[in-house]
Design a protein around this ligand. Structure first.
Ligand SMILES: Nc1ncnc2c1ncn2[C@@H]1O[C@H](COP(=O)(O)OP(=O)(O)OP(=O)(O)O)[C@@H](O)[C@H]1O
Ligand SMILES: O=C(O)C1=C[C@@H](O)[C@@H](O)[C@H](O)C1
Ligand SMILES: [Mg+2]
Length: 172
C-alpha cells in the first residue's frame, strides 16, 4: 500500500503538517521519531546520550524499513536526518512511495527552532549565533539528500493549511 513520506530539516513542519494532512485525507500518520521512541522505550535524546548517533542511525534505518514494508497505507513523517544516512534517500523513490520535501529557508528554520530546541539533541546546547551557522552549514550538506524527494513544497511564509493544500494537490 502507498506510503506518503514527508521529509526536511528539523523544524520545517513535518509533524505539524502530517497531522493536519492525515485528518484531511484520512490516512493514518506515523512519526518516525515517535515510532523509534515507542520501539526502543527511550526518548530520542536518551538514545543519543546512551548509545550515540551511529547507533541511532542504525535503529532509524531499521524502523524506516519496517514502516515501508508494512501492508498499511500511511503518512510517514521522517526524522530530520533520515534521508541523509544508510542510503535511506534511495528509498524515497520506491514503488508505492510519494515523497515530499518540505523546503524551508535558514531564517524560517532558525525562527522556529530557537523557540524550541531542548528536544533536538543536535542543537540543544547552541546559542543563537552558533545555531544560525550550524543550520546554514547543515542544510547545505543535507540538501543533496532532501532533493532526492519526488516533490518539493516551499513552506516559507505559508500557513499550515496552505502547505497541506499544496500536498493534497500533489496527491490528486
Ligand atoms: N506552516 C507553518 N507556519 C507556522 N509555524 C509552523 C508551520 N509549520 C510548522 N510550524 C511550527 O514550527 C515548529 C516546528 O514544527 P514541527 O515540530 O512540526 O517540525 P518537524 O519538521 O517535525 O521537526 P523535527 O524534525 O525536529 O521533528 C512547531 O512549533 C510548529 O508549530
Ligand atoms: O536532523 C536530525 O539529524 C535529527 C532530527 C530529529 O527529527 C531526530 O530524528 C534526531 O534528533 C536527529
Ligand atoms: Mg517532528
Amino acid at each position: 500500500m502507498r506510503k506518503i513520506i514527508l521529509l526536511g530539516y528539523m523544524g520545517c513542519g513535518k509533524s505539524t503538517i502530517a497531522k493536519t494532512l492525515s485528518r484531511i485525507i484520512r490516512i493514518p500518520f506515523v512519526d518516525l521519531d515517535e515510532y523509534i521512541e515507542e520501539k526502543t522505550n527511550l526518548s530520542i535524546n536518551s538514545i543519543f546520550e546512551k548509545h550515540g548517533e551511529i547507533y541511532f542511525r542504525k535503529v532509524e534505518h531499521e524502523a524506516f524499513l519496517e514502516l515501508l514494508n508494512s501492508s498499511e497505507e500511511m503518512i510517514i513523517g521522517l526524522g530530520g536526518g533520515t534521508p541523509c544516512y544508510a542510503n535511506n534517500h534511495e528509498l524515497l523513490k520506491g514503488e508505492n512511495v510519494v515523497s515530499v520535501y518540505l523546503r524551508a529557508s535558514i531564517e524560517t528554520l532558525f525562527n522556529r527552532l530557537s523557540a524550541n530546541k531542548s528536544k533536538r539533541p543536535l542543537i540543544a546546547n547552541k546559542n543563537d549565533e552558533e545555531m544560525k551557522e550550524f543550520i546554514a552549514m547543515h542544510l547545505f550538506e543535507r540538501s543533496f539528500y532532501y532533493n532526492q524527494a519526488q516533490y518539493k513544497v516551499n513552506v516559507d511564509n505559508k500557513t499550515i493549511d496552505q502547505v497541506v493544500l499544496d500536498i493534497v494537490s500533489i496527491l490528486a
